[in-house]
Design a protein around this ligand. Structure first.
Ligand code: ZN
Length: 361
């Protein structure tokens, strides 16, 4: 599996006339080699695949990355990399722009005149955004876990509960049911707090008849899911109105999104619905983002991206309307493209009144 991924990277190296690529980003190392340790570098050339790590990870590296030649290194990158490059006869080495600036600076100083180091962006990330069937299967499990957590919280949530308590109940459930460390702090935002797209759970107690926005993710075998629902414990007409607009925007985008479409076009599908309803200004973020080994990865479904959607991509579709002082509504599903069409992985209901008012109060 990982051997195939390395092969797919080769054309990128040839295009940039690189003798080798230094892969430093943790998720990229994992994707290409299988190595899950937090300290390791890959060196990939036409005929070498090297995993360099320190003594803490040597045994693990050997087991997890059988297709790589594992070497033990000590100290900072600039203290050992120039020698390897010289032994290999490399003249042009690509590095990822996510490399810390200080590390780049040291490496540049240590290789001056001997090795040209060349910035590269997205070589591995662009491979990662097309998921293999086995990756999709893991993401699907992570998505089902967030669905299950939402079902669970519905059985215990009640007016008077603090946002923080609800967030903790969700986190406990996710961990107990198999999530690794969750990918981001769970958002539980009630009433006016829900107008902040990235609110932190507070001591606020939720009341009936106001929006409650939950946004959470699970992580299984390294892969993330991302999930948002907005509901209310008790009737609220304003919420019904705003909710139906966001839902229409989301369903329209999911229905019409297809391979070959630009990210900007995909974003516009939902944005037009919200604009038409007069809330364009209140939808201030992009339509969605890729999910995989990272909670936010390619593709980016934003008005500014001319990148193109393709079969095998997995991303969120999450329009929202946020009204300061009142609150906000976001509905987020994980969606994949297969055989020219979108398929929603998230199962939690969203399309009837019982999704907005899931609990009789
Ligand atoms: Zn998201």
């Amino acid at each position: 599996m990982t051997g195939k991924r390395v092969q797919k990277l080769q054309p990128g190296l040839i295009d940039m006339v690189l003798d080798a690529l230094l892969v430093s980003r943790e998720e990229n190392c994992r994707y290409l080699s299988g190595f899950t340790g937090s300290s390791g570098w890959l060196l990939i050339s036409n005929n070498h695949t090297i995993l360099a790590t320190d003594f803490r990870y040597i045994e693990q590296a050997g087991k997890e990355a059988p297709n790589f030649e594992v070497i033990q290194v000590k100290g900072d990158l600039h203290s050992w990399l120039p020698r390897i490059a010289q032994d290999m006869g490399w003249h042009r080495l690509g590095f990822e722009t996510s490399l810390p600036f200080s590390t780049y600076h040291q490496l540049k100083a240590a290789t001056e005149g001997k090795l040209e180091i060349v910035p590269t962006a997205g070589l591995v990330e662009n491979l990662r955004c097309i998921k293999e069937p086995a990756e999709l299967e893991i993401i699907d499990r992570a998505v089902h876990l967030t669905d299950a957590a939402f079902e669970h919280i519905k059985t215990i949530i009640h007016p008077g509960m603090k946002e923080k308590e609800i967030a903790w109940e969700l986190e406990k459930f996710l961990r107990q049911e198999g999530s690794e460390a969750i990918p981001f702090e769970i958002i539980v935002a009630s009433g006016p707090n829900s107008a902040l797209p990235h609110a932190h759970p507070s001591e606020r107690r939720i009341c009936s008849g106001e929006p409650v926005l939950i946004d959470m993710g699970a992580r299984i075998d390294g892969y993330c899911s991302d999930f948002s629902r907005t509901f209310s414990l008790g009737r609220d007409e304003k919420l019904e109105e705003i909710y139906s607009i966001v839902l229409e925007a989301q369903l329209t985008a999911i229905k019409k999104i297809q391979p070959g479409m630009s990210m900007a076009e995909a974003d516009r599908l939902a944005r037009e619905v919200i604009d038409r309803a007069g809330y364009g200004e209140a939808f201030g973020h992009s339509l969605g983002h890729g999910v995989g080994l990272e909670i936010h990865e390619l593709p980016t479904l934003s008005p500014n991206s001319q990148d193109v959607l393709a079969d095998g991509m997995v991303f969120t579709v999450e329009p929202g309307i946020y009204l300061p002082g009142w609150g906000g509504v976001r509905i987020e599903d994980v969606v994949t493209l297969e055989q020219g069409k979108s398929r929603v992985l998230t199962m939690s209901r969203k399309d009837s009144r019982s999704a907005i008012f899931p609990i009789a109060v």
